[in-house]
Ligand binder design. Structure first.
Ligand code: HEC
Ligand code: HEC
Length: 362
């Protein structure tokens, strides 16, 4: 019987055009971390991640050779870029701040203000082909891009290894699937806070950070309601969650008309949904690695963690009736403020920032 099964399996393998050449990707996750959900039509493989990494760092993915995904998503800054807003290869400014990519596989709604964008494969098309603003500037350049990659001695073999069933085709589908696979490989659960909370290392963080943790998770500050869970964001999904959480909130950053209006060129989820209640609502960002992702907020309008705390302490720097009920305002004395910042700093994961696996390929 067993021999039969094996023989059938062998026939199946020989018959499949992919010939079983791909190696399934296995995340190196701590036991307490659930695995992310992966789209059925783009399973994770070692070969796809390797190709995606090559593409992510390759300036050939731009109109003029001046930028790559990695220009605005820098590993040492937890895949943000340190600028107020992203700047594309033609110098055009984005209206929004470049987002970190750590644990993006766990994010069910992508970008700051688009509740309808769910797939990393689709998202990759925006920086490549978007014209408002121009990021990589590839609109109308598809064929030229494919030709460049075909002519590059590295790529045909990489595409063949990653997409054997499709004969290694270089297409928008294979490019975006590989980019998405690389992005899904980028995880961050090895901060000192994780070692303290889950790793039986009671001294991995300072006494100040422990006091800051208590403040963060208190009903006095309310931070954890929106920045809770494994990614410190209530926009999260994974294989152990029955329901996707997609947190969008108006946190009182603008009140241009006394009724909570945000700037017309950057109004939040309302731009996509057209619903009045979505004015000023942006997706809750993860606070993992927040100490290295300044400046903050969807438009980079808050320069430091200290200033972010000022904003929340005031109950929103420009609060209005639209501001979320959980933005309550509070008073912190000097040492409590230092404690809260020490806690936020304990969420920085040096492995994420330095592991060669997420850096430029050699
Ligand atoms: C010019 C700078 C720039 C470039 C180049 C760029 N990005 Fe981004 N990225 C941004 C900005 C700005 C945002 C926020 C966009 C928004 O909210 O509309 C973002 C958001 C994202 C997100 C959403 C993350 C989340 O948590 O929702 C992903 C994923 C992403 N970028 C991947 C990529 C990939 C892949 C590439 C290359 C194909 C790329 N980016 C190129 C600036 C850039
Ligand atoms: C009602 C939900 C909510 C609560 C409560 C909340 N936040 Fe936020 N937080 C958000 C959202 C949404 C954003 C993005 C807002 C924007 O850019 O318009 C954000 C942004 C941030 C940022 C900037 C992160 C980045 O990458 O730009 C920091 C830091 C932050 N919050 C810390 C805190 C702290 C500390 C508390 C508690 C004092 C707190 N938050 C309470 C929802 C919340």
């Amino acid at each position: 019987m067993r021999g039969w099964v094996r023989a059938l399996a062998l026939i199946a393998v020989l018959a499949a055009p992919s010939a079983g050449a791909e190696t399934p990707w296995v995340w190196d996750l701590p036991a307490w971390v659930p695995r992310p959900r992966v789209p059925a039509d783009n399973p994770m493989t070692v070969e796809k991640v390797a190709l995606g990494r090559q593409l992510f760092y390759d300036k050939q993915l731009s109109l003029n050779g001046k930028g790559a995904c990695a220009s605005c998503h820098i590993q040492a800054k937890a895949f943000t870029d340190g600028r107020k807003v992203g700047v594309g290869v033609t110098g055009e400014k984005h209206v929004r701040n470049s987002m970190g990519l750590a644990n993006v596989a766990y994010v069910p709604v992508l970008t700051w203000a688009n509740p309808l964008l769910h797939s990393l494969e689709q998202q990759a098309l925006v920086p490549m082909f978007g014209e408002n603003p121009v990021e990589l500037g590839l609109a109308g350049q598809e064929e030229a891009l494919f030709a460049r990659l075909k002519a590059d001695p590295r790529y045909p073999a990489l595409f063949q290894a990653a997409f054997p069933a499709e004969g290694g085709t270089i297409s928008l589908r294979s490019i975006t699937q590989a980019l998405a696979a690389f992005e899904r490989s980028i995880v961050s659960f090895s901060s000192p806070y994780d070692r303290y909370r889950y790793g039986n290392e009671p001294n991995a963080i300072s006494a100040a950070a422990k006091r800051g943790e208590a403040l963060f998770f208190s009903e006095r500050l309310e931070c954890f309601h929106c920045h809770g869970g494994i990614t410190f964001s209530n926009a999260v999904t994974h294989e152990r969650l029955a329901f996707v959480e997609a947190g969008f909130h108006q946190t009182g950053l603008y009140n241009l008309d006394g009724k909570g209006a945000y700037p017309a060129n950057n109004p939040g989820a309302i731009e996509v949904t057209g619903e009045a209640q979505d004015m000023g609502r942006f997706r809750t960002p993860s606070l993992r690695n927040v100490a290295v992702t300044a400046p903050y907020m969807h438009d980079g309008s808050i320069a430091t963690l200290d200033a972010a705390i000022d904003h929340y302490a005031a109950g929103g720097r420009a609060k209005s009736a639209q501001t979320d009920q959980l933005i309550v305002g509070f008073k912190l004395n000097k040492s409590e403020r230092a404690d809260l910042i020490a806690f936020l700093r304990s969420l920085t994961d040096q492995r994420l920032l330095t592991t060669p696996a997420y850096g430029p390929p050699k």
